[in-house]
Design a protein around this ligand. Structure first.
Ligand SMILES: [Fe+2]
Length: 157
């Protein structure tokens, strides 16, 4: 998300904005967040004390998905955005980034430390099978062709 923040603050390269949002919508929302939801469900069965945090995180996954799809639609428009649409996209993108950061902080503060203690290797293996896990196209062992621009920009940081 630092890359998206930087792009918004500087020249806002449309290719990088599209690449980041493509990654979020077509990878994070399709595989990463569903994987977390399955892990959270297993965690909640083993330790119901985290139910409130998990309910909030699952709702945030849904909200992140909707907001990300809206941003991707704006960043992939064929015609140029009007000045007011650019302002709207900037507000949406900043809310998206802030929401993702709050979401990650809640995960790291509440469920991830507990998951590391409570869940077993077989739990992680089981959920990867349940969602037909895909290798990360940016941070995995080999970047997918469509994400090379994003990866190149990340490497230049
Ligand atoms: Fe998450």
């Amino acid at each position: 998300m630092a890359l998206l923040t930087e792009e918004l603050a500087s020249t806002a390269d449309p290719g990088v904005l599209r690449g980041v949002m493509n990654y979020m919508v077509h990878y994070a929302d399709q595989f990463h967040h569903p994987l977390e939801d399955l892990l959270f469900a297993r965690l909640q069965r083993k330790d119901p004390s985290v139910a409130a945090s998990i309910e909030k995180l699952e709702q945030e996954h849904a909200d992140i998905g909707k907001a990300g799809a809206s941003l991707l639609a704006l960043f992939t428009r064929e015609d140029a955005l009007t000045k007011s649409e650019v302002e709207k996209a900037t507000v949406l993108a900043r809310e998206y980034i802030d929401g993702l950061n709050r979401h990650r902080e809640l995960e790291e503060r509440t469920v991830f430390p507990l998951a590391n203690i409570v869940l077993e290797t077989r739990d992680f293996e089981a959920v990867r099978t349940e969602i037909k896990w895909q290798t990360d196209p940016v941070f995995g062992p080999a970047a997918a062709a469509g994400y090379l621009m994003v990866l190149e920009r990340l490497l230049r940081h």
